[in-house]
Design a protein around this ligand. Sequence first.
Ligand code: SAM
Length: 247
Amino acid sequence: MNREQISRIAHTEHPIKSPLSDESVRRLLERGLPRGEERVLDLGCGTGEWLLRALSMRPGVRAEGVDISEDALAEAAAAASDLGVRDRLVLHHRKAEEFVSEEPFDVVLSFGAAHAFGGLLPTLAAARRHLAPGGLVLIGDGFWERPPSREAVEMLGDFTDLATTVDRVVAEGWTPVDGHVSTRQELDDYEWACWGSLAAWALDHPDDPDSGEALRTATARRTEWLRVYRDPFGFFSLVLRRTPGSD
Ligand SMILES: C[S@@+](CC[C@H](N)C(=O)[O-])C[C@H]1O[C@@H](n2cnc3c(N)ncnc32)[C@H](O)[C@@H]1O
C-alpha cells in the first residue's frame, strides 16, 4: 500500500486532515470569510475539504487549491461536482512552493502542509506572496505542548512551544486576530478516527492482499501516537493579518 492509499482509508471518518472538529473548521472559516465573496487559495489543499466547506458556506466565494497529489485533487474535483460548486473551484496539480498567480487572494489557507515549505515561517512567507492587501491567512500547524522526546522530534519535526511559535509569527510581521488550540478531544478524535478506520478496513477486507499490511500499519501508527507523541504534541490554528508597517 502506498501512502496515498493509506491516507485515503485513514481519513474516511475524518476528511479534514488535521485534529480539528467540524465546528472548529466552521468557526475558523466564518472568521476568514467575513464578506462571503473572497477569493481563497489553499496551499496543500489535499482533497480540498477546507475549500469545499468554504464554497458550500459562502455562495459568493471563489477558490483555488494547489497540491502535488493527483489522486487527492481528483477526489476534490469529484466532491466539488457532487456539491454543485465545481464552477467556483480551480485546482492546480503542482508544488505549492512553485505556484504563481496573476491575481492575489483575499484569503490564503494552509493546514497541515507546512512541511511542504520547510516549516511554518516559510509557509507564511509563501502565503504572503499570494495575499492581497488587507487579506487574511488561516494556518494550522503543530507545536509542543510539553517537551518532546528525541523520537517525537524525529517523527513529527522540530516544533517549539505555543508562545514561542506565536512570537515568531508576530516577529515576521503578522498579527493574530483569532486562533484556536485543538482540544484533547479533537487531538484524540483525529488519531482514533485515522488508525481506527484503517484497522476497520483491514478487518472488513480479510481477503484483500493489502489487509495484513493495513492492520500492521494501523497498529504501528496507533502505538507511535500513544507511546511517542500523544503527550507532547499540540495543534494550533491562527487567523492572521499583516501588521501595519511590516512590509
Ligand atoms: C496533511 S495533508 C493536509 C491536506 C489539507 N490541507 C487538509 O487539511 O485536509 C498535507 C497535504 O500536503 C500535500 N503536499 C505535500 N507536499 C506538497 C507540496 N510540495 N506542494 C503542494 N502540496 C503538498 C500532500 O499531498 C497533502 O495533500
